[in-house]
Design a protein around this ligand. Structure first.
Ligand code: F6R
Length: 245
């Protein structure tokens, strides 16, 4: 696992966007694994900019997202389908038919079957990841075991609290999500995880400095991925005492 320390969060986002853009430039029909949330929201404008400047073509690209809240319809402003449309897909020349965010409403079991089938269709060339304050990736929450395949996850109190910033109150935050499993994430050819801010310090310390795979910090599994890059800014690196070699 490679750790890159940038000057600031904006540079981290630029770098992650460049890594994704380079994959698409080298392989125009690349399959991208995408994430949502505050971190991803700051990365996508750099991909949109590359497209607007004529440096990136999404016409053959396909995407699959990590997760979706249970109970939120695609047109709900906090659903991850809505997030993806508004932060990326509506602003680039991607064919929406080639984008996939698992459904959060209707028959959850059926949605899961559809999600698993979709994941199995084609390998992901690069998977973008954020990290939860509790170390989750996708919505794989800390626990005594981690699930390999796409599944229904009960969200932890800390995740509900952290994500309540996007809702009017904590009560409105869905309590469950459908997420790719750890095995699905690890099957991507490349992983790029971006983290910033003091609230992520504990999880990132375990990921970057720890020497163990720790189910109470699910992000640590990416240590054993053959092509994983973790991008953190100088402030976070200093906070956790990470010194680049
Ligand atoms: C989102 C996802 C989550 C987030 C994580 C960090 O699709 O899978 O793992 O990446 O919760 O969220 P932010 O960036 O909002 O701190």
């Amino acid at each position: 696992m490679q750790v890159i320390v940038t000057e600031n969060f904006t540079e981290s986002c630029k770098l992650a966007a460049k890594m994704i853009a380079d994959v698409v430039r080298n392989k125009p029909d690349a399959r991208l694994g995408l994430a949502t949330g505050g971190t991803a929201e700051a990365i996508y404008p750099f991909l949109v900019k590359e497209y607007q400047e004529g440096k990136l073509d999404f016409s053959k690209v396909s995407t699959v997202n990590l997760d979706e809240y249970v109970g939120l319809a695609p047109d709900h402003p906090q659903s991850y389908r809505y997030f993806m449309d508004h932060n990326l897909f509506n602003h680039v020349n991607i064919d929406k038919k080639n984008t996939y965010v698992v459904g959060g409403t209707g028959d959850v079991e059926k949605n899961l079957v559809d999600f698993r089938r979709k994941i199995a269709e084609k390998p992901i060339d690069i998977q973008l990841l954020g990290i939860g304050e509790n170390g989750h990736i996708g919505f794989n929450e800390p626990g005594s075991t981690l699930k390999l395949n796409a599944h229904l996850e009960n969200l932890n109190e800390s995740t509900i609290k952290a994500n309540s910033r996007f809702f009017n109150s904590m009560d409105e935050v869905p309590k469950q999500a459908i997420t790719m499993g750890i095995g699905d994430i690890m099957s991507a050819k490349r992983l790029v995880l971006v983290a910033t801010g003091p609230k992520k310090a504990n999880a990132v310390r375990g990921l970057v400095l720890g020497d163990e795979l720790d189910c109470s910090n699910p992000s640590t599994v990416i240590k054993v991925h053959p092509d994983a890059t973790v991008i953190i800014d100088r402030e976070l690196a200093d906070m956790i005492g990470y010194k680049a070699e």
